[in-house]
Write a protein that binds this ligand. Structure first.
Ligand SMILES: NC(=O)c1ccc[n+]([C@@H]2O[C@H](COP(=O)([O-])OP(=O)(O)OC[C@H]3O[C@@H](n4cnc5c(N)ncnc54)[C@H](O)[C@@H]3O)[C@@H](O)[C@H]2O)c1
Ligand SMILES: CC(C)[C@H](C(=O)O)[C@@H](O)C(=O)O
Ligand SMILES: [Mg+2]
Length: 358
């Protein structure tokens, strides 16, 4: 049976970067079936909803999902349930994709593109594991109402609820320990337990799970300190495990250590290892349609898909080696360009990766 890949390009630069990743997948010569559906603003425009049933059905039945990005400022006035971003949140929740892996790896060729000095960042290889289906992102109740009490009683107030259940923390902690065990054996759990009850529970549960992993060195860090440490001395980290909101912010921050957010892939996995793969960045409306977006985060996400969901590790290696090769050839999209290298657009970067795959 051929494996089915659901391709959801989305908005902004989504279609441009997805096109290159699909070309790379096709060039592998495997007998994948690739089916495409709109998502986000594109789906709202076409079908009146950011996550139409046909898109969700395809994502459910596929062996893996390759996702571009959703969102654009032009949809800001829509009611919340119809905003493009609800599509990716809905997919994560409905597919049970609770474990988000965001590797921040600095390719040696990009040492000068990093925001940090080469000596601080060279050889960087860290993995942020972000819990993806809980936390303040999904907690109820939430809304905008007239404040019932307090100093601002009678004024309009917005409120959200941060919550985490023990099994939710336990399962992401296990992923953290299992992953750290296969890497350099260090896990840093990031929370805000000096202030938040959810974080206090988080820390207790992670500490409890640690008993099953005596070979993994566990540390705890408050999120504000973690943000500082990530730019002070990022190589102290191996695997970071954290909640949805903190992981969102820290992974964008980590991306700049690698030169550009256009380099940061991600995998979002369910209990069985089925996954959705997407670059960590957004739809970049400021550069959409210009043909200059960096497709490498999406191509590297496709490599993660080959490894984690499609059981094709050799093909994943092939794609990753090709990305290394194009960087070694000095090819750069605008976001990672520096003097002495060759600036290329999105399609030319895709071409180069395909050529390097041989
Ligand atoms: N998973 C997703 O679909 C996802 C993720 C993040 C943001 N978004 C949405 O995207 C829209 C824009 O958000 P934003 O501007 O805060 O974040 P963004 O990640 O889209 O862009 C931030 C900056 O990074 C640049 N950038 C991003 N990807 C790039 C790439 N591949 N190559 C070169 N430069 C790149 C952009 O040009 C921009 O200057 C919003 O609607 C947001 O909600 C969606
Ligand atoms: C678009 C948005 C909902 C999303 C998030 O906050 O999770 C994005 O920022 C990400 O990092 O994937
Ligand atoms: Mg984000």
């Amino acid at each position: 049976m051929t494996q089915l890949i659901a391709v959801l390009p989305g908005d902004g630069i989504g279609p441009e970067i997805i096109e290159q990743a699909v070309r790379v997948l096709t060039a592998l010569g495997e007998s994948f079936t690739i089916e495409q559906q709109p998502v986000g603003g594109a789906a709202y425009d076409a079908a009146g909803h950011p996550l139409p049933p046909a898109t969700l059905d395809l994502a459910r039945k596929a062996d893996a999902v390759l996702f571009g990005s959703v969102g654009d400022w032009k949809y800001d006035k829509l009611e919340r349930a119809l905003r493009p971003e609800q599509a990716i949140l809905g997919l994560r929740k409905q597919l049970g994709l609770f474990a988000n892996l965001r590797p921040a790896i600095l390719y040696p060729e990009l040492a000068n593109a990093s925001s940090l000095k080469p000596e601080v960042v060279s050889g960087l290889d860290i993995l942020i594991i972000r819990e993806l289906t809980g936390d303040i992102y999904f907690g109820q109740p939430r809304g905008i109402r007239t404040a019932p009490d307090g100093v601002f009683a009678g004024a309009r107030e917005g409120f959200d609820t941060m919550r985490y259940a023990e099994p939710e923390i336990r399962r992401i902690a296990k992923i953290g320990f299992e992953t750290a065990r296969k890497r350099r054996g260090k896990l840093c759990s990031v929370d805000k337990s000096n202030v938040l009850e959810t974080s206090q529970l988080w820390k207790d549960v992670v500490t409890d799970v640690a008993k099953e992993y005596p070979d993994v060195e566990l540390s705890h860090m408050y999120v504000d300190n973690a943000a500082m440490q990530l730019v002070r001395a990022p190589k102290q980290f191996d695997v970071i495990v954290t909640g949805n909101m903190f992981g969102d912010i820290l992974s964008d921050q980590a991306s700049m250590l690698t030169g550009s957010i256009g380099m940061l892939p991600s995998a979002s996995l369910d209990e069985s290892g089925k996954g959705l793969y997407e670059p960590s960045h957004g739809s970049a409306p400021d550069i959409a349609g210009k043909g200059i977006a960096n497709p490498l985060a999406t191509i590297l996400s496709a490599a993660m898909m080959l490894r984690y969901s499609l059981d094709k590790p050799a093909q994943a290696d092939r794609v990753e080696a090709a990305v290394k090769s194009v960087l070694a050839q000095g090819l750069r999209t605008a976001d990672i360009y520096e003097e002495g290298t060759t600036k290329v657009g999105t399609t030319a970067m895709g071409d180069a990766v395909i050529k390097a795959m041989g």
